[in-house]
Every structure is written in C-alpha cells, then in structure tokens.
Write a protein that binds this ligand. Structure first.
Ligand code: SF4
Length: 210
C-alpha cells in the first residue's frame, strides 16, 4: 500500500464527484437513520420509492413509537426483510424518544445501543449527517480498493482494519461519499467501465483482463 497512491486516489475521486452525497431520500436526521437501517440488503432506489410516501408519516420518533408495528409493515412491505425492519423502526423510534428525548445520538457508542445499528451503520450515519471521516467498508468498497491494490485483503472486515490504520482522516473524509458513487457507477462488480476510468493504469483487475 502506497500512501501517495491512496492520497491521489482520494483527490481524484473528489474531482470526479465534487458534490457527492448520499442518494438516500430523507428530510431530517431521524429519517436518515431509518433510511440507512432500511437500506440493508436492498437498494437505495427501492428504499427511496417507499420512503417518499412513508416519510410523510414518519417525521419524528414520536410518530411511530406508539404505533402498531403491523401498520409500519404495511407501509414498507415492498422492501426486503420488511418484518424485521418494521420491528426495528418501532423499537428505534421508541428508544430515541424515551432514552434520548427524541434527539438522535451523535456518538458511535450511543448509536450502537439502538436495534440493528452496528458500528458500520453508525459510521455511515455520522459520515452523512456530520461529515465525520468514516468509510463504510462493504463488499463493494472492499472490491474497489483491492482491484486498485490500495489494499491487499481477503474480507471487508480485513479491509476495514487496514484502512482504519493506514488511510488518513483526510482520505476518509474525501472518500466516504465519493467511493460509493465510484463503485456504483464506474467500478461495478460486473462490467466495470474501465475504458473511461482514470485509474486503469494502476488497476490490478484491468491489467489482468486486458
Ligand atoms: S480500471 Fe476498471 S476495474 Fe479498475 S478501478 Fe477502474 S473501473 Fe474499476
């Protein structure tokens, strides 16, 4: 792993996507947190279709804390794992209302006390809401960083550990939104757009396949 390569990559992605931000639809921080929870194992696009209607009714934690969970299921039943997600939306709304006085917590330690909020989820929330320098390493981020040899790892967990140790805070800040757009629209798992990619000269995948 070469520190200059990492820095150059982060700067270049920032040039490619100067206004990068999450593609999830939300109008306040509570909705952002719920949208992130709902996006597990499904696409942002599918979540947005549901939430453009659902979020007219779910604005604050108190809106759903006392509601029947079956009601939430009816709203979100077109997304995957909607039964579990509805249960967790209800529990999360209740905890934020009762334990945090309807104010969304802003530390990883507090966020992970909420149902279905893991460290990675908390990092995504804080990266989007606070511009905190965290990168959510999922299979896509793991794939891209390995293709470019910015890491040489076997699992997303291993990648997460490597970049936590070796990427600067500035790199994390530049990459947390831009990297998502890069894997989504340029370096897809199948048929990446290598012919228009500025990194093809340094890409391990490209060298192997061309
Ligand atoms: S050259 Fe292709 S595989 Fe390599 S980073 Fe660019 S898009 Fe991805």
């Amino acid at each position: 792993m070469n520190k200059k390569d990492i820095s150059d990559f982060a700067k270049k992605l920032n040039e490619m996507y100067p206004n990068a931000k999450t593609e999830l639809y939300y109008t306040n921080e509570f909705q952002l947190l719920i949208a992130i929870l709902m996006s597990a194992q499904t696409t942002d696009k599918q979540v947005n279709i549901v939430n453009r209607n659902f979020f007219n009714f779910l604005k604050e934690p108190s809106d759903w804390a006392s509601m029947d969970v079956e009601y939430i299921k009816d709203f979100i039943n077109t997304i995957s794992f909607f039964n579990n997600k509805a249960e967790n939306i209800k529990k999360t709304s209740t905890i934020i209302k009762e334990k945090f006085g309807s104010v969304i917590p802003k530390t990883i330690e507090e966020l992970i006390t909420l149902p279905w909020v893991w460290i990675k989820t908390a990092k995504v929330f804080l990266a989007v809401s606070e511009d905190a320098p965290y990168i959510w390493v999922d299979t896509h981020v793991h794939r891209v960083l390995n293709r470019l040899w910015l890491v040489n790892t076997k699992t997303p967990l291993e990648t997460d550990k490597k970049i936590s140790k070796n990427f600067t805070k500035e790199n994390h800040a530049l990459l947390h939104n831009t990297l998502v757009l890069f894997w989504r629209y340029q370096c897809m798992a199948r048929n990446p757009k290598c012919e228009t990619c500025p990194f093809s000269g340094k890409c391990n995948y490209y060298k192997k396949n061309n």
